[in-house]
Design a protein around this ligand. Structure first.
Ligand code: CUA
Length: 350
C-alpha cells in the first residue's frame, strides 16, 4: 500500500513540474502576449507545431510514468519475499523484455521522425509567406528601447518612432533587425517567432497581422539590467487608419499652440534634452535616444514601462533612474514650472 502511495505522489509531482515548466515557457492564456493566440499566419504555423509537440511529449511523458510506476510496484512485490534474488535469467535470452526494448526504440525513433518532419514542414511554411507589396521597417535594438524606422522612397518620406510598431492588417511586413550595442531578440508571440538582433549584422523577420489589435512584444534575449523592461507594442490597424497614422508620423512636429507648450518648447531646446533626442521641425536633431517628434501620440513611455500620461511623463523626466535604474537618461534638475511646461509641450506632439 505504501508503495502505491509513493508512486501516486511521484506521478503527481512529475505532472505538476511538467505543467509548471510548460506554463513558464509559453503563456497559456489567450491574450495580447500569447503564442497560443495567433493573429497571423507565422504565429499560426508555430502554434500548430507547439500543439503537436505538446501532445506527443505529454503522451510519452504519461506512458513513461505509467511504466515506471508499474515497474516500482512489481519490483517491490517481488522483493517482499525474503528469498535471494533469482539471477538465473542473466545468462538466458529473454524474449519478452527483448521485444519490449525493440518496440520502445522503434516507437521513439518514429515519434522523433514525426517531430523532425513537422519542424521542417513548419520552417518551410514560415519561409513561404507571400511578400508582394510588403511594408519595410527597420528595427534597431538599444539598451533598453526599440528604434523603429519606416523607410520610404524618396528617403525624405522616411520617419522614425520608438517602442511602437504600427502595421496595416493583411499586408506582409519585412523587418530588418539591427543592434546598436548588445544582442537583443524581437518577439511578438501573437505574430511571429523570435529573431535575434546582433551587433554588426542584419537579420530579417517577416510576418503578417490578419486581425486588428494591439500585440505586446518583448526583448527575448538577456541584454542587461533592464532587459525585462524592454517591451513594445505592435498595433495592427485597418489599412485606412494605418495610412492616416503614417501621414501624421511623416509630418514634422506642429509648432506649439498654447503659451505653456510654447514655454515647454523653449525649455526643451534650451536644456540637455537636445543632446540625445530629436524633434523633427526643430533644431533638436540628436539620434542617441528615442525620436520625440510624435511622442504625445504613443501609448507607453520608456519601452512599455509607464503609460503615456502627463503625470507619468513628469515622473519619468524628473528621475528616470528611480523608474528604470541603469537607463542612459539622467535625472532632471528643472524647476517644477519648467517641467510642467515641458510635459505640456511633449504631450502636444501628437
Ligand atoms: Cu534587449 Cu533583452
Amino acid at each position: 500500500m505504501r508503495t502505491v502511495l509513493r508512486v501516486v505522489v511521484l506521478l503527481v509531482l512529475c505532472c505538476a513540474a511538467g505543467a509548471a515548466i510548460a506554463q513558464g515557457s509559453v503563456p497559456l492564456e489567450p491574450g495580447p502576449h500569447s503564442a497560443l493566440d495567433p493573429a497571423g499566419p507565422q504565429a499560426d504555423h508555430i502554434g500548430q507545431l507547439w500543439n503537436l509537440f505538446m501532445t506527443i511529449c505529454t503522451l510519452v511523458f504519461v506512458a513513461v510514468l505509467v511504466a515506471f510506476g508499474f515497474a516500482i510496484a512489481r519490483g517491490r512485490r517481488r522483493a517482499d519475499a525474503s528469498t535471494p534474488p533469482d539471477l538465473s535469467s542473466l545468462g538466458r535470452h529473454e524474449r519478452g523484455p527483448y521485444r519490449s526494448v525493440v518496440a520502445g526504440v522503434v516507437i521513439s525513433v518514429l515519434l522523433l521522425l514525426v517531430l523532425l518532419f513537422a519542424s521542417v514542414t513548419t520552417d518551410r511554411a514560415l519561409a513561404r509567406l507571400p511578400l508582394a507589396s510588403a511594408l519595410h521597417l527597420e528595427v534597431t535594438g538599444h539598451q533598453w528601447w526599440w528604434e523603429v524606422r519606416y523607410d520610404a522612397d524618396p528617403a525624405s518620406g522616411s520617419f522614425t518612432t520608438a517602442n511602437e510598431i504600427h502595421v496595416p492588417v493583411g499586408r506582409p511586413v519585412i523587418v530588418t533587425l539591427k543592434s546598436d550595442d548588445v544582442i537583443h531578440s524581437l518577439w511578438v508571440p501573437n505574430l511571429a517567432g523570435k529573431k535575434d538582433l546582433i551587433p554588426g549584422r542584419t537579420a530579417l523577420l517577416q510576418f503578417r497581422a490578419d486581425h486588428v489589435g494591439i500585440y505586446r512584444g518583448q526583448c527575448a534575449e538577456f541584454c542587461g539590467f533592464q532587459h525585462a523592461a524592454m517591451a513594445f507594442e505592435v498595433i495592427a490597424d485597418p489599412p485606412a487608419q494605418y495610412q492616416a497614422w503614417e501621414s501624421r508620423q511623416r509630418a514634422e512636429a506642429a509648432p506649439p499652440g498654447e503659451a505653456r507648450a510654447q514655454r515647454g518648447q523653449q525649455v526643451f531646446l534650451g536644456s540637455t534634452c537636445v543632446m540625445c533626442h530629436a524633434i523633427q521641425g526643430t533644431t533638436a536633431m540628436a539620434l542617441k535616444a528615442p525620436d520625440l517628434t510624435h511622442v504625445g501620440g504613443r501609448t507607453t513611455l520608456a519601452a512599455g514601462v509607464l503609460p503615456n500620461t502627463a503625470a507619468d511623463m513628469k515622473r519619468w523626466i524628473r528621475d528616470p533612474q528611480k523608474i528604470k535604474p541603469g537607463t542612459t537618461m539622467p535625472a532632471s534638475t528643472l524647476p517644477d514650472a519648467d517641467l510642467d511646461a515641458l510635459v505640456a509641450y511633449l504631450g502636444s506632439l501628437q
